[in-house]
Ligand binder design. Structure first.
Ligand SMILES: CC(C)(COP(=O)(O)OP(=O)(O)OC[C@H]1O[C@@H](n2cnc3c(N)ncnc32)[C@H](O)[C@@H]1OP(=O)(O)O)[C@@H](O)C(=O)NCCC(=O)NCCS
Length: 168
């Protein structure tokens, strides 16, 4: 499997995550602000499983979610690509989570654009984002990356969910 990485942006670089990133990933996924539109925050063990799931993605697909660092090397969050099921069909999703202190600066948009471009150069035909209906910031990021609201559905957790999508 190729070692894919999205191109760096003006302010961010991407790298694969691993077990050494557990403290930062547990802080990200344990943050009530970051997890506002998920059923609950993730425990440290669940953050560890999340890292392992991304490592499987790197091995099996060549991609997953990657850690975002700013130009001072600080941990900003994560952004990347994964296969997700929606109503029985598998789709490529772009996902993003940014620490509260780095939100509102355009960083998720910058990162998601680079992931979209990687998906395109890899020959993917379609990209989606699965977003809680009330998650205005995430919906805005999807729009700025060129995705359009396509479908309303209900998530596995029973939450009202929108599918944003674009052809690549
Ligand atoms: C979604 C998230 C990644 C956005 O990160 P970010 O770096 O702040 O995003 P950006 O700065 O690139 O863009 C955010 C956009 O949303 C807008 N926005 C933010 N909060 C908003 C709100 N409550 N209502 C409407 N728009 C909002 C911003 O104004 C900006 O749009 P603009 O450029 O047109 O002004 C971040 O809020 C986050 O990590 N949220 C928690 C995790 C999450 O929900 N991830 C997505 C799962 S689908």
């Amino acid at each position: 499997m190729p070692h894919l990485l999205p191109d760096p942006t003006d302010r961010l670089t991407f790298r694969r995550m691993g077990p050494d990133d557990l403290d930062e990933m547990a802080a990200l996924m344990g943050s009530p602000e970051v997890m506002e539109f998920y059923p609950r925050t993730k425990t440290r063990d669940e953050a560890s499983e999340w890292i392992a799931w991304n490592e499987r993605g790197y091995a099996e697909d060549g991609f997953g979610l990657w850690i975002l660092n700013d130009d001072s090397g600080r941990f900003v969050g994560e952004c990347g690509l994964s296969w997700q099921w929606v109503d029985g069909v598998q789709h490529l999703e772009v996902g993003y989570h940014v620490l509260p202190r780095f939100q509102g600066l355009g960083l998720a948009t910058e990162a998601a654009r680079s992931c979209r471009d990687l998906a395109r150069t890899q020959g993917m035909e379609r990209l989606i984002a699965i977003i809680h209906r009330d998650n205005r910031a995430s919906r805005r990021v999807a729009e700025k990356v060129g995705l359009v609201m396509e479908q309303e559905t209900v998530s596995a957790f029973g939450q009202p969910t929108l599918i944003y999508a674009t052809s690549l």
